[in-house]
Design a protein around this ligand. Structure first.
Ligand code: ATP
Ligand code: MG
Length: 225
């Protein structure tokens, strides 16, 4: 296997304190390599979203290390994290919703603009990304007029803006019919195999196992297999 682009070492995450204290992750050590799709499974509340958020440097671990491309991110200050996120990660998170007042194309374009891409170039690149997820024909539609699968593909195009080497997706097939869900998963697999991305997916969907090269299962915040 290729050397990992991302690693967690003995990561623990505790939320709250006192009576509200929740140990969401405990001693999680895992790796993610380029060209692979890693599936993270486990029951509700087992820590999957927490792990993905820590992998993506959105959330900090209470203890343990996160290493991105050989760099120990846990040692960096809070103000260094946005740059790490921009440089390395594309997120397909339910919490990262599309902007309702922007078209599909503009939703992708705005991310490129934030990365400093000049406006005309950004428009062309955004269209190319929509083509990659087979959505160019809906480029000028607003999210409210897109189906669930089309919105998810727009979110995927947006996650790919700026060519991040790592793509993290939390329940990317939730609310999709079985066929559209399969298409989204196969697209993620293609991104790993053909574009060399490191892809981590959290999913309850049995179809995700077909798209994955490797599976880890969380139970009560620990890796069980
Ligand atoms: N911000 C928070 N504050 C306190 N507890 C939290 C917070 N976020 C998550 N938790 C708790 O941490 C545990 C793990 O949550 P997490 O969201 O990672 O689970 P999950 O595996 O993604 O679940 P699901 O499949 O339902 O999305 C749960 O017990 C949850 O209640
Ligand atoms: Mg979750």
């Amino acid at each position: 296997m290729l050397s990992p682009i991302l690693e967690t070492q003995a990561v623990t995450r505790i939320y709250g304190g006192g009576g509200a204290r929740v140990v969401a992750l405990e001693g999680v050590t895992m790796t993610l390599a380029r060209k692979e799709v890693l599936l993270i499974m486990g029951p509700s509340g087992s820590g999957k979203t927490t792990l993905l958020s820590i992998m993506g440097c959105i959330l900090r671990p209470t203890a343990g290390r996160v290493i991105v491309n050989g760099k120990d991110v846990s040692e960096l200050g809070e103000d260094a994290l946005p740059d790490i996120r921009r440089q390395y990660f594309g997120f397909v998170f339910q919490a990262f919703n599309l902007f309702g007042s922007l078209t599909a194309l503009e939703n992708v374009e705005v991310v490129l603009r934030m990365k400093g891409v000049e406006s005309r170039v950004a428009a062309a690149q955004a269209m190319a990304l929509l083509e990659r997820v087979s959505l160019a024909h809906r480029a000028h539609s607003y999210p409210r007029n897109l189906s669930g699968g089309e919105k998810q593909r727009t979110a995927l195009a947006r996650a790919l803006a700026g060519e991040p080497p790592i793509v993290l997706a939390d329940e990317p097939t939730a609310n999709l019919d079985s066929r559209t869900g399969r298409d989204v998963l196969m697209l993620l697999r293609t991104l790993a195999e053909e574009a060399g991305k490191a892809v981590a997916i959290v999913s309850h969907d049995a179809k995700a196992q077909d798209a994955a090269h490797r599976v880890i299962v969380l139970e009560d915040g620990r890796v069980s297999s």
